[in-house]
Design a binder for this molecule. Sequence first.
Ligand SMILES: Cc1cc2nc3c(=O)[nH]c(=O)nc-3n(C[C@H](O)[C@H](O)[C@H](O)COP(=O)(O)OP(=O)(O)OC[C@H]3O[C@@H](n4cnc5c(N)ncnc54)[C@H](O)[C@@H]3O)c2cc1C
Length: 511
Amino acid sequence: MSSKPGTKPPATYECDVALVGGGILSATFGMMLHHLQPDWTIHGYERLPKVAKESSNPWNNAGTGHSGLCELNYTPLRDGVIDTSKAVKTNEDFQVSRQLWSYFVENGVLGHPDTFINKSAHMSLVHGRDDIEFLRKRQETLRTLPTFSSMEFSEDRDQIAEWAPLLVEGRDLNDEIAVTWDPEGTDVNFGSLTRQFFNYLSYHGVKVETSREVTDMTQNPDGSWTLDIHDTGRRGERGPDKRIRAKFVFVGAGGWALKLMQRAGLPEVDGYGLFPVSGKWLYTTDPTIVPRHTVKVYAKPPVGAPPMSNPHMDARLINGARSVLFGPYAGMNPKFLKNGSVLDLPMSIRPHNIKPMLDVAVDNLDLVKMLAGMVLETKPMQENDLRDFYPLADIADWRILHAGQRAQIIKPDKTDRGKLEFGTEIITSRDGSVAGVLGASPGASTAVPIMLELLKTCFPSKADEWRPKLQEVIPTLGKTLTDDPDLAFETLTRTAKVLDLEPPTHANEKA
Ligand SMILES: Cc1cc2nc3c(=O)[nH]c(=O)nc-3n(C[C@H](O)[C@H](O)[C@H](O)COP(=O)(O)OP(=O)(O)OC[C@H]3O[C@@H](n4cnc5c(N)ncnc54)[C@H](O)[C@@H]3O)c2cc1C
């Protein structure tokens, strides 16, 4: 952290909390904190000219309200038994997010729910007898749980055609398929949520500045942090445009969070690296396709492929316009953000993370080959993939869109060997003055429980004071819906009503 010799040092401003990054995580954290502690000063900085332009932008993610309804990799078969733990946890987390969004709709913070969340049934599609039996078992197991009570299974083509006609039309009768369908599924515009939260915060005294990059952060003797802020609209080599002194820093910088935490010298990120994966969608607004596909359909990833390459065909409703996305086609690109730098990967290498990164490279050669293969996929190959879902698809009706960049976590496991992780992880400094979030999915859908965890870890002395307010926002705080079917039914019904979503099926109505 230095100013150019002979130049006046930049002005330093004080705040209680600094938010680095203008994505859904900073927006959610900022909203929660502002609500709990309105007297704290909060400043937010986003390097791009607008908030929600990276992964949280609706075109950069699939907008799936991840709730375990359709993601087949969340329910592996272990010794003949479906392990539902990940699906259940994801659903519990999503219900927490739904409660917070409902509260802010009821209190006029968020606009009409259709500006950010809409009904879109979640379906899983499988081919072949073995996978059909797996899917049947999955539905039978999940449907006994209160948050999965609406899920239906079918092999019947007429029934499937009612739910998703494009899946059936033109399909070879020898191609045995089955699906599950859950009308409680959602399509979420995380970009709209982010913008609405930041607009509210700006209007209520939070300083939110765009085109401002946090380039360095240094801890002061009193435990606070000084952040160097650069105006990205100004060019030329120079020192920071201003400095911020904050008691607490949230690094919601997406793929660049690691970079900033490394610069801050946090020992908690020693050994951590990132594995960037780029993505592309096929996209259509064709009026003969879009009105006939109003669901999100997920299939199994190819054998040996990572979970984020689960192919899916998604109905989207973005800013009032309907479209369909198919993909993702993963690929290789060294950037950690879509608007990042090709130097992101090489510049992230440190003596402490070389070994874990090399371990991952050696252990995941198949993955690297698969990603390289996807980069080289030709249009006829893409059409072939699409026809697994939509047999009559014509690639000429679809365009390519570049998706957001995923930066998957690499870290040493218990044996000190580098491992690739596919989830989201909160990193907190030992003194609780900095926290950041690394990783990708299911980050956006579970932003609220992630932030609850962060509040608990970083502000333990505030727990008693904040509990009643948090309970008002999230009435089921501390409870598990899966253990309480009546509470699950009541909560899902209430949030479905406020958010204009499909209500759950009551246990008594089950066949
Ligand atoms: C292809 C793809 C599909 C996905 N699909 C889904 C899905 O269907 N459902 C779901 O729930 N999740 C999905 N995700 C994950 C989800 O998009 C992310 O978890 C979420 O958007 C992350 O939000 P964020 O706020 O952490 O990061 P971002 O939205 O990336 O925001 C980080 C912000 O920080 C800014 N920034 C970075 N460094 C600095 C700095 N030094 N100073 C100032 N600003 C900085 C960046 O410009 C950016 O705006 C998907 C992700 C991808 C890539």
